[in-house]
Design a protein around this ligand. Structure first.
Ligand code: NI
Length: 134
C-alpha cells in the first residue's frame, strides 16, 4: 500500500503549523474543522513531498480524544491509499487488524472514504479509498 500521510497530534493547530514550517514544511490548504470527528486538521508537506496531517481534537467527545490524551503530541497513525476500502478491510482482518472507525467520508481529504484500524504490533492505521490501483 502506498503511504499517503502521517497523522500527528498537536495540542494547538496554529502553533503546530508554525512548528512544522520552522522545519521547512509548507501548509497545504487551510485549517479544516471536521465536526463529525471533532478535530481541527491541517496538512503540511515537506520539500520531498512527505505529507503530515496535523490533528487537534478540540472536544472531549472527539473519537480521537482518548488517543490524544494517551499519546500527547506526535505520530499516531499512518494513512495508506487503497483502491477498495471494504476489500482492504477484509484482507487486514486476516492480519489481526480490528476496526476502530468504520468507513466514513473525510471532509479534510475531499470527502473521500477513510477508515481506521488497529493492530497490536503496528498500532493505528488509516485507509484512504482512492479508487485507483495502488
Ligand atoms: Ni489521517
Amino acid at each position: 500500500m502506498k503511504l499517503h500521510h502521517i497523522g500527528w497530534f498537536v495540542s494547538d493547530i496554529h502553533k503546530g503549523v508554525e512548528a512544522f514550517k520552522a522545519l521547512g514544511f509548507r501548509r497545504e490548504g487551510d485549517i479544516v474543522i471536521d465536526t463529525y470527528r471533532k478535530i481541527e486538521i491541517c496538512f503540511v508537506y515537506s520539500k520531498d513531498g512527505g505529507l503530515v496531517e496535523l490533528v487537534h481534537p478540540y472536544d472531549k467527545s472527539s473519537v480521537a480524544y482518548g488517543l490524544f490524551r494517551k499519546y500527547g503530541g506526535g505520530v499516531y497513525h499512518c494513512c495508506y491509499e487503497v483502491q477498495d476500502i471494504q476489500k482492504s478491510i477484509i484482507e487486514l482482518r486476516k492480519e489481526h487488524y480490528v476496526i476502530c472507525e468504520e468507513p466514513h467520508s473525510a471532509i479534510a481529504i475531499d470527502g473521500k472514504m477513510v477508515a481506521f484500524l488497529i493492530n497490536s504490533k503496528v498500532g493505528m492505521i488509516e485507509l484512504l479509498e482512492t479508487g485507483e490501483e495502488g
